[in-house]
Design a binder for this molecule. Structure first.
Ligand code: BJW
Length: 239
């Protein structure tokens, strides 16, 4: 293929082989907790302790010594380093595994688990320990207004202007490890197809909800499929 910018959309499937749960698989997070109890602003207003407990547990899990980037994360970092045009990773994941693997151009459209947001002064800060209802904001000193820096249902995902600019300028759109169940990310493939110039490829364990919208697909575990796809791209044998 010709050398043009690439946008890579990633979802929970890319981090599964790193030891993190997906959401909608049989053993996924939504099989054990209800979205309405932990992943909406209403849930946080109703029962902040419960929501904090849910994210505290996941924050501890993310920092466990067993959780580390897998070959799929590392392949995307290599793609960014070696591809002669821009590569932007747009991730729905709130983990930091792309950064730990070496990716530098990463947009976390659903936020970051290792950050907190102050509802009082709007500061965003690194936060690696547990978060509680009485925690004080290091920026404004106000206690009780901190929340996990994550995007819940009904809230606006982050950096959408930057994402749509990148989608409008890319020649290849690659979607990895996402079920295509959550918008606006699920609509990105239709957006790039609408321009008519970009090629769209899905890399997933199984066909996603929008699989028929892609020009091409490769199915299998991300740790196997993604490095192989990146090798092909860098060798000039890509789609
Ligand atoms: C593997 C693998 C392996 C497994 N290798 N692959 C009606 C119609 C249309 C839209 C709406 C509607 N009603 C409401 C909406 C909007 C709503 C929405 O989309 N709802 C749907 C449920 C219908 N969206 C929102 O509210 C969003 N905001 C919004 O729309 O604002 C308005 C707006 C509009 C337009 C432009 C801009 C703004 C906000 C969504 C927030 C989502 N938040 C969560 C939680 C974040 C924090 C947290 O992590 O706790 O984000 S929900 C959860 O789902 C999380 C994920 O990022 C997201 C997507 O999940 P993902 O990554 O796809 O995971 P899974 O589990 O679904 O799929 C995993 C895939 O991997 C599977 O396919 C597996 O097969 C595969 N896999 N192992 C490769 N080893």
């Amino acid at each position: 293929m010709t050398v043009s910018p690439i946008v890579v959309l990633t979802g929970a499937g890319i981090s599964r082989e790193s030891g993190l749960h997906t959401f909608r698989d049989a053993d996924g997070i939504w099989a054990t907790v209800r979205i309405e109890d932990v992943a909406t602003p209403e849930a946080f207003r109703r029962d902040p302790r419960r929501v904090h407990a849910f994210y505290n547990e996941r924050r501890r899990g993310l920092q466990a010594p067993t959780v580390a980037p897998n070959p799929a994360h590392r392949a995307l970092a290599r793609l960014e380093a070696e591809w002669p045009a821009e590569v932007l990773v747009v991730t729905q994941n709130i983990d930091d595994l792309h950064e730990r693997a070496g990716s530098r151009r990463v947009v976390h459209m659903h936020g970051e688990l290792l950050k907190a947001f102050c509802g009082r002064c709007a500061a965003v800060m690194e936060w690696r320990g547990d978060l509680g209802v009485d925690a004080a904001c290091p920026a404004c000193d106000h206690a009780g207004a901190l929340r996990p820096h994550v995007v819940w249902f009904g809230e606006m995902p982050l950096e959408m202007d930057r994402i749509y600019r990148a989608l409008d300028g890319c020649g290849l759109f690659v979607s990895i490890g996402t079920s295509g169940a959550v918008y606006p990310a699920a609509g990105f493939v239709a957006h790039v197809r609408g321009r008519g110039v970009a090629k769209a490829v899905e890399l997933n364990l199984e066909p996603s909800d929008g699989a028929d919208r892609f020009h091409e697909a490769r199915y299998g575990p991300a740790s196997r499929v993604v490095p192989r796809f990146v090798d092909e791209l860098l060798a000039g044998r890509g789609p």
